[in-house]
Design a protein around this ligand. Structure first.
Ligand code: C5P
Length: 273
């Protein structure tokens, strides 16, 4: 049997960093939002072993979050035989769009579906949180508040819909590096939505990110901000943005839109084929 799922990316409509914790993580308060830009995953039952077939720029074994997600699932639910996972990657990596985390959650959800839903949401959330701080959000999708290190999820009503232009510079940013560049700022009376406390930290590492944000604002974006811990920057638009913005072969551009929880569930629930 084969199952096919989409794994949509996310942006953070707001991201507050509250404090550094004793365990090395940062306490955050964020509102995450699913978007239409998605990876595609198929899972087949195989004779034996676990194989992840993905693009050459991604690790194949334990370095791959899909692989670790499948291992985690098999750790709590005995799977007879093997598994083969195909990953078609469309979400850029090291962009702050949660691509790897969404893939991992899709593998958990897909395997759970494939084997008749043996695990409940609570158990899946535990597995997801152990794979990465962002992963539990992708069990819910739509609009949700995430607190703790990002793993405590409170689903919210769908936010107002937006079109997005996302610009991914030629370099990626490492999440630990951006968090460690974060310094507590004195923020008084600022609009808390459409603000990302990691933006200044990312700009300290890559000052050229300011120009990308400015280009989106000059293009007519209503808001523009860093995606998660970067390096992608997104602009929010009331209408679908036309054409491309930067005449640059090394900056990749994507047009997407926000998606509702219902759309998210339809795309990730997984179709048997
Ligand atoms: O949880 P995840 O493996 O995605 O986190 C990667 C790294 O990002 C952590 O090891 C930590 O350095 C940083 N991080 C953080 N605070 C968070 C989430 C991630 O400092 N809330």
């Amino acid at each position: 049997m084969t199952i096919r799922l989409y794994a949509p990316a996310k942006i953070n409509l707001r991201l507050k960093v509250l404090a550094k914790r004793d365990d090395g993580y940062h306490q955050i308060d964020t509102v995450m939002q699913s978007i239409s830009l998605s990876d595609e995953i198929t899972i087949d039952v195989a004779e034996e072993g676990l194989t992840v077939i993905g693009p050459p720029h991604l690790p194949q074994g334990r370095g791959n979050l899909c692989y670790r997600a499948a291992q985690a699932f098999c750790g709590v639910w005995h799977v007879k035989g093997g598994l083969r996972i195909h990953l078609n990657k469309y979400i850029p990596v090291q962009a702050g769009l949660g691509g790897g985390s969404s893939d991992a959650a899709a593998v958990l959800v897909g395997l759970n579906r494939l084997f008749g839903q043996p695990l409940g949401l609570e158990e899946l959330t535990k597995l997801a949180a152990a794979l990465g701080s962002d992963v539990p959000f992708f069990l819910y999708g739509g609009t949700a508040r995430a607190t703790g290190r990002g793993e405590v999820i409170e689903p919210l009503d769908d936010a107002k819909p937006w079109w997005l232009r996302i610009i991914k510079p030629p370099y990626g940013l490492s999440t630990p590096e951006v968090y460690s560049a974060w310094r507590r700022g004195v923020v008084v009376g600022r609009d808390e939505f459409f603000e990302n406390d990691l933006e200044e930290a990312a700009q300290a590492i890559r000052p050229e990110l300011k120009f990308v944000k400015q280009a989106l604002m000059d293009d007519g974006a209503v808001h523009a901000f860093l995606c998660g811990s970067g390096s992608a920057v997104c602009g929010l638009y009331a209408r679908r943005p036309e054409g491309t913005l930067l005449n640059s072969s090394d900056h990749k551009e994507y047009v997407a839109r926000t998606i509702t929880r219902k759309e998210y569930m339809l795309s990730t629930f997984g179709r048997e084929c």
